[in-house]
Ligand binder design. Structure first.
Ligand code: XMP
Length: 522
């Protein structure tokens, strides 16, 4: 069963996705301009677009030439809706084509940083006459549609930008959404505010208020909900929103599987509860997980064992929570990128519990509450701050579900977990003290538990374990680069770990990007 998504009252700027890897990024940039936006596939009909009641349209880039066979087309009727329109790259060309301008095979492909000459108009006003933009195109607009002023050019694109304030339309051949176009964000913002005239009211306070109202509406006056907390940002913010909406009709469940880092359980039990007043059930499951992990070294087998046991533990917790009371809703911290990537379907899925939290009785059926399903990660953090969640939770770096279990190379045992936990706490403490948290996406600390190396400490020979530091920078974890942590910080971490954690006699640095390596070692 799906229902129309009514969780957000704001009218969106619709980013029409012509197959660009950049459509989501454009939507994010629009939101950074404090304007609500959504991505919609280019196959959406005029009626579907109208139903969304947008305030403006942005046509994204795409891989194709407008003349290529099977190229995604733009229904000219969309341009007759009287809405402000901004075209980017392929969207710029599709718009030109639909409005009677000319797109030509110039044979002059531009890719990468390119000099843009400003000729006029308002969107580029006040910038350097020639400045860098990021280009990625083969065809180029050779003639703007009638009534449009050509406002910029490049060597390979005689019409690299145009504007028609009377029709509230504009476009650029380059990609304003990428950081390699330094004025791009400003150009997008100017289009939204000056040409489209939309209000910049997408703020954390407004978002929180709307989402709380939407949860109230969905769960109703008497409904009850449960939420599994992982210790991560998303589930914490989702739970905090739902708690604001329905108070103690929400029960949060936290499974301590023993694979957490130092302080994480306390963050949930003390800081989260103190900040939200949420009702929390903690499950002590360390022994059960260790028993299931006994004898397993292979990474996939570990993941499977941890995943399966997690479901069992959650099921035991829910059975306890459910005792004697009807619980209809399950809260999940799904984010917008997941929604877009899985087809962008708006709606509230009604799931059979055993599909998601396996093993629950067949007659128990939850409706999902996904208050973050239209938000990007940075917005989730902003909403979390708005709701008063502490920085230790809101600014938390990503941490994998299987936890320290996949950071011990070899079998996971209680003793090895303790060694890794101690070393990890030192590394995190020193990186934070050095002010590096903003530069580091995450820093796995990996115990090579099955490897031993010889060392010398005091007067004696040691035979200990090496430990790997893996500080990485990333935007989305799909690719990553290793962070050039200053040598003196590395030195301090190494000295402290080898002094304070006797089982470790060697600290090494992972200097591999992703690809070819992954971020985690397993
Ligand atoms: P990799 O190692 O694939 O990791 O480069 C990419 C990102 O995903 C996290 N990660 C996981 N998160 N369950 C999770 O919830 C997992 O099984 C898992 N494996 C990796 C990893 O920490 C990084 O942020």
């Amino acid at each position: 069963m799906t229902q129309p998504d009514q969780s957000i009252q704001h009218r969106p700027v619709l980013v029409i996705d012509f197959g660009a890897q950049y459509a989501q990024l454009i939507a994010r940039r629009v939101r950074e301009a404090r304007v609500y936006s959504e991505v919609i596939p280019h196959t959406a009909t005029v009626a579907e677009i109208k139903e969304k009641n947008p305030v403006a349209l942005i046509l994204s880039g795409g891989p194709a030439s407008v003349y290529a066979e099977g190229a995604p087309t733009l229904d000219p009727e969309i341009l007759e809706l009287g809405l402000p329109v901004f075209g980017i790259c392929y969207g710029f060309q599709a718009m030109t084509h639909a409005l009677g301008g000319t797109v030509s095979h110039t044979g002059n492909r531009e890719y990468g940083r390119t000099d843009l000459d400003v000729l006029g108009g308002s969107l580029h006003q006040g910038f350097e006459h020639t400045h860098k933009v990021w280009m990625s195109h083969g065809d180029a607009v050779s003639q703007a549609p009638e009534g449009f002023e050509v406002t910029a050019r490049t060597e390979g694109a005689p019409v690299a930008a145009f504007e028609c304030p009377a029709r509230r339309m504009a476009g650029v051949q380059y990609h304003p959404e990428v950081l390699h176009s330094p004025h791009g964000q400003e150009v997008l913002t100017r289009f939204l505010t000056e040409i489209a005239g939309v209000e910049q009211d997408w703020t954390a306070a407004n978002i929180a208020e709307e989402l709380i109202a939407a949860v109230k509406e969905q769960v109703g006056e008497t409904g009850r909900a449960i939420c599994g907390l992982s210790g991560g940002v998303d589930s914490a913010v989702a739970a905090a929103l739902v708690q604001r909406a329905i108070g103690d009709r929400l029960t949060c469940v936290f499974v301590d599987h023993g694979l957490l880092r130092a302080g994480e359980r306390e963050q949930v039990e003390k800081d989260f509860v103190a900040a939200t007043g949420a009702k929390l059930v903690t499950m002590d499951e360390q022994q059960a997980f260790l028993a299931k992990l006994s004898g397993i070294s292979e990474p996939e087998a570990k993941r499977k064992a941890i995943g399966a046991e997690f479901i069992r533990a959650f099921e035991r917790a829910v059975a306890g929570v459910l005792e004697g009371q009807q619980v209809d809703f399950l809260v999940q911290g799904t984010l917008y990128p997941d929604v877009v990537e899985s087809g962008g379907g708006a709606g509230t899925a009604n799931i059979k519990s055993h599909h998601n939290v396996g093993g629950l009785p067949d007659d128990v059926e939850f409706t999902l509450v996904e208050p973050l399903r239209l938000l990007f990660k940075d917005e989730v953090r902003a909403v979390g701050r708005e709701l008063g969640l502490p920085e230790v939770i809101v600014a938390r770096q990503p941490f994998p579900g299987p936890g320290l279990g996949i950071r011990i190379i070899g079998e996971v045992t209680a003793e090895r977990l303790e060694i890794l936990r101690a070393a990890d706490a030192i590394a995190r403490e020193e990186l934070t003290a050095a002010g590096l948290d903003d530069q580091i996406w995450q820093c796995p600390v990996v115990l090579l538990a099955d490897v031993r190396s010889v060392g010398v400490q005091g007067d004696g020979r040691t035979y200990g374990h090496p430990l790997v530091l893996r500080p990485v920078a990333s935007e989305d974890a799909m690719t990553a680069d290793w962070v050039r942590v200053p040598h003196e910080v590395l030195e301090k971490i190494s000295t402290r770990i080898t002094n304070e954690v006797p089982e470790i006699n060697r600290v090494v640095l992972d200097i591999t990007s992703k690809p070819p390596a992954t971020i985690e070692w397993e």
